[in-house]
Design a protein around this ligand. Structure first.
Ligand SMILES: Cc1cc2nc3c(=O)[nH]c(=O)nc-3n(C[C@H](O)[C@H](O)[C@H](O)COP(=O)(O)OP(=O)(O)OC[C@H]3O[C@@H](n4cnc5c(N)ncnc54)[C@H](O)[C@@H]3O)c2cc1C
Length: 398
């Protein structure tokens, strides 16, 4: 017998948003999460304006603002000469109800969504349940889940959303390729209570600092600053994580005679890849399962949330009888955004930061200054970098 539900693999931001939208439409969902509880490690922390606009319907934004940090401006800087350009999201005041970036750790959102879903009798959570294999026929999907003790069991549903992250078992089981490349740098993120805003003049809460030798990013959250450094993959993990080496790198950003107090450190390899298709029969990919990119511009999680809203709204229509081909449009729309907005912008941001050719660097910096100085260009740039433009352009995708 077919269980009349939508199965969602992965309880990250993408999976839980898809679940929340479907549940709002009265569609029963089962969320399958391999971990024992929601992951709370330090990952994305930037919410762009349209993501906040979308999240308003779940009544979580005020709590996110209360726990987060509103950032109306952000900068490109040069490590040696200082400020290149400041971008002011106030230019978008007529385009969004939230003309700022909100710095708030993604685990805060997933916990709020889980709390909201937990009271809905149509929503079931399965933890310690790893999606392993997918099979489907004309009417249903069978997902085999694996428990920590190695036992396996099938779960049936009408549709399956694969929101199980970058290593997606759903994507692999469906035989969907994940084309792209691995960036030849490890990204090391360090968190410290050190007040960079007092130590660096005119520093905004988000700053991308370019340098041909060692670029970095400074991101402030409500209680800490995060510093993101690229690291040579040839460097051993022991050396990269060596407290003395970390201290030396931070001291080179701003000398701090008291020494840096570290609260977290994570290192991760970054890939730029997009799935060959987001839709296969009754199965759909969203979020990191469908596309991954470097974090320069904060587009990964935001893109995943935008996928999830688009996917779930269309699936709700199909559930009520709309033609299933509507889901193909989901794939066309969101895959185009991953390739043309997310990959293009984050790749360019990386090029601006790590460019070694002095003439090209100068040209990038001049262009950023000219963009910031011209109100029309400034607004157009922010519409793209805050992902509003990519959402507006969706209608043109057949
Ligand atoms: C270490 C790290 C640091 C990051 N830092 C940044 C950053 O600084 N800035 C930024 O913009 N982005 C960052 N990202 C990327 C950002 O976190 C992702 O874009 C975002 O989490 C995507 O959300 P998602 O819901 O699609 O996937 P995820 O958040 O990865 O959620 C997937 C969920 O699926 C679960 N899962 C995985 N496999 C299975 C399975 N087989 N069966 C069932 N469940 C499964 C996972 O446990 C997880 O709960 C980082 C990612 C990582 C891994």
């Amino acid at each position: 017998m077919i269980d009349n539900r939508v199965l969602i693999a992965g309880a990250g931001p993408s999976g839980l948003i898809a679940a929340a939208v479907l549940a709002e439409h009265g569609i029963p969902v089962t969320i399958i999460e391999q971990a024992r509880d929601l992951p709370d490690d330090l990952r994305a922390s930037t919410f762009h304006p349209p993501t906040l606009d979308m999240l308003e319907r779940f009544g979580v934004v005020q709590a996110m603002i209360d726990q987060g940090l509103i950032c109306p401006t952000w900068q490109f800087r040069d490590r040696h000469t200082g400020l290149i350009a400041t971008f002011d999201l106030g230019h978008l005041k007529d385009d969004t109800a939230h003309p700022y970036r909100l710095q708030c750790e993604q685990w805060r959102l997933t916990r709020m969504l889980r709390d909201r879903l937990a009271t809905n009798p149509d929503v079931a959570f399965l933890y310690d349940a790893k999606a392993a294999e997918v099979a489907q026929d004309a009417n249903a999907v069978t997902l085999t889940i694996e428990r920590p003790d190695g036992t396996r069991e099938p779960i049936r549903g009408r549709y399956l959303v694969g929101a199980d992250g970058a290593s997606s078992a759903v994507r692999k089981s469906l035989g969907i390729s994940f084309e792209g490349e691995t960036i030849p740098e490890i990204f090391l993120t360090l968190s410290t209570p050190f007040a960079f805003h007092d130590a660096i003049g005119n520093l905004t809460n988000i700053a991308y600092i370019s340098d041909p030798e060692e670029w970095f990013v400074l991101l402030r959250t409500a209680s800490l600053w995060r510093v993101l450094f690229p690291t040579d993959p040839a460097e051993t993990e022991a050396r990269m994580m060596d407290p003395a080496r970390i201290e030396e790198r931070l001291q080179a950003v701003v000398p701090n005679p008291a020494g840096y107090e570290l609260r977290h450190r994570t290192a991760y390899r970054v890939h730029e890849r997009v799935a060959e298709t987001y839709v296969k029969g009754r199965c759909f990919l969203a979020g990191d399962a469908a596309h991954i990119n470097n974090p320069l511009g904060g587009m990964g999680m935001n893109g995943g949330v935008h996928d999830a809203f688009n996917l779930a709204e269309k699936l709700a229509q199909v559930w009520r009888g709309a033609d299933a081909s509507l889901m193909e449009r989901y794939g066309r729309q969101r895959r185009k955004v991953a390739l043309e907005t997310v990959q293009a912008t984050t790749t360019r941001n990386r090029q601006i930061l790590n460019q070694r050719d002095p003439a090209v660097r100068r040209a990038y910096h001049d262009e950023l200054r000219a963009t910031a100085a011209d109100p029309a260009k400034h607004r157009a740039f922010l519409l793209r970098s805050s992902m509003i433009q990519s959402l507006r352009d969706l209608e043109q995708v057949a």
